[in-house]
Design a binder for this molecule. Structure first.
Ligand code: ATP
Ligand code: MG
Length: 392
């Protein structure tokens, strides 16, 4: 580890305006602190739209902290940096030492300076010129190229110190988890719902997961796979509560008493009712699903209308307008793809109708469902509900 190396995390700009700036920053800092806990002991504070992360001991794992910081929502870029005194000499010495490997691999460079400390006696162009001139002398094999350099050396003159770093990498973007409300996400073992969960978490939503199981039709492995998916999401969301809700009796009753073409739709209506009940208990204000318009018979516009007929909570469907290819790319990028494609059954795939209704009317489905004692089935399922905390 480089002595003194630390991280500079840049905050998203837009949301920083206005009254909620303070609570936004406080939430973001507490999220950062919590997520870096496993990487060592750090000092975390905010100044001028930047969160400073300084290792408090030598034993901090900076590589792990660098990776973890890139998964915290609300941060637009992450840089490893070294602080030094606010003099040209100190900045040059620091850059020579800290960026020697980067200079060894570059043919050209430039210096880009920023001056947050407006009282500093040199302006940013003067700093860049002075530092650039000395670095050009120190690394004679590397030429200055202000248009297309291989390496950009960043110098930031801030309150107490100057900071030297190579280019930042993109952060996870979005808003800090916890600033966008609290919702229940319906998590299956498929490709879609981990992505829809991730997308809403990125908008600042604090998630709680619900997963429906139908033993013996669905296996313990299928449930473990869902817990694994939730665990992968904790890298972004922090710890997650996963409600495991028994669904066997409901599915068997539907199969026994309802027309086959409505099996999936009625089943999905029960999922909504159960999720809403769990949301009300948890104080959550919306449901999230991985539905995407037209993807399967139960995701036509009319089918979606039938599904959400039974809940008054908003049903958020962030994938609604996405193509499967885009969803797959996102799953790969966020790291859930390999787990999602493991071949375990889901309760949605048992008892699937041969000819599902794609243009169902709400009245017809309500009538078909009247053969069931809906309230009793919901109540019994909720009695069997359990939950598991999944930790990073
Ligand atoms: P996914 O890839 O998320 O499984 P899908 O394209 O397979 O979605 P469906 O199986 O019809 O579509 O499910 C639609 C949505 O319903 C899922 O995205 C998920 O939000 C929810 N869902 C389906 N099965 C379950 C389950 N067993 N537990 C919790 N939610 C589920
Ligand atoms: Mg599925």
């Amino acid at each position: 580890m480089n002595a003194n190396e630390m991280l500079l995390l840049k905050l998203g700009e837009v949301v920083l305006k206005g009254l909620n700036r303070r609570s936004f920053e406080d939430r973001l800092m507490s999220n950062v602190r919590r997520r870096l806990k496993n990487c060592g002991s750090f000092q975390v504070y905010v100044r001028q739209s930047t969160i400073y992360v300084e290792p408090a001991t030598d034993s901090c794992d900076m590589d792990a902290a660098y990776a973890a910081a890139q998964q915290v929502f609300g941060i637009v870029s992450v840089a490893r940096a070294v602080p030094c005194e606010k003099t040209v000499d100190a900045i040059v010495e620091t850059a020579k030492r800290y960026l020697a490997p980067a200079f060894a691999g570059a043919k050209s460079f430039k210096v880009e300076s920023k001056r947050a400390d407006k009282a500093y006696p040199m302006n940013s162009i003067q700093v860049s010129q002075a530092v650039g001139g000395e670095l050009a002398e120190a690394f004679p094999n590397v030429t200055v190229d202000v248009h297309n350099p291989d390496l950009t050396v960043y110098v930031e003159i801030r309150e107490k110190h100057a900071y030297v770093h190579a280019p930042a990498v993109p952060g996870a973007g979005g808003l800090p988890v916890g600033t966008g409300g609290h919702a229940i996400s319906l998590l299956s073992g498929g490709l879609d719902s981990p992505v829809s969960s991730w997308m809403m978490a990125r908008r600042g939503v604090e998630l709680e997961m619900v997963h429906f199981v139908s033993p013996p039709y669905t296996s313990q492995q299928a449930q473990d796979k869902v817990l694994d998916l939730a665990r992968l999401l904790t890298a972004y969301c922090g710890r997650l509560r996963v409600h495991i809700v028994p669904f066997t009796e409901i599915q068997e009753q539907i199969r026994r008493n309802c027309p086959e073409e409505y099996f999936t739709l009625i089943m999905r209506r029960f999922m909504m009712r159960l999720s809403e009940a769990i949301a009300r208990r948890a104080g959550a204000k919306a449901l999230i699903t991985g539905e995407s318009l037209g993807q399967v018979a139960s995701q036509t516009m009319m089918a979606l209308g039938v599904t959400e007929d039974v809940t008054t909570l908003p049903v958020l469907r962030p994938l609604i307008g996405m193509d499967k290819v885009e969803i797959i790319h996102t799953a790969q990028r966020i790291g859930t793809y390999d787990t999602s494609i493991l071949p375990y059954e889901d309760c949605c795939t048992v008892f699937t109708p041969r000819h599902p209704a794609t243009r169902p009317s709400i009245e017809d489905v309500r009538k078909a469902e009247a053969a069931l004692d809906v309230d009793a089935l919901v109540a019994r399922s909720l009695e069997g509900e359990e939950w598991i905390w999944v930790k990073p």
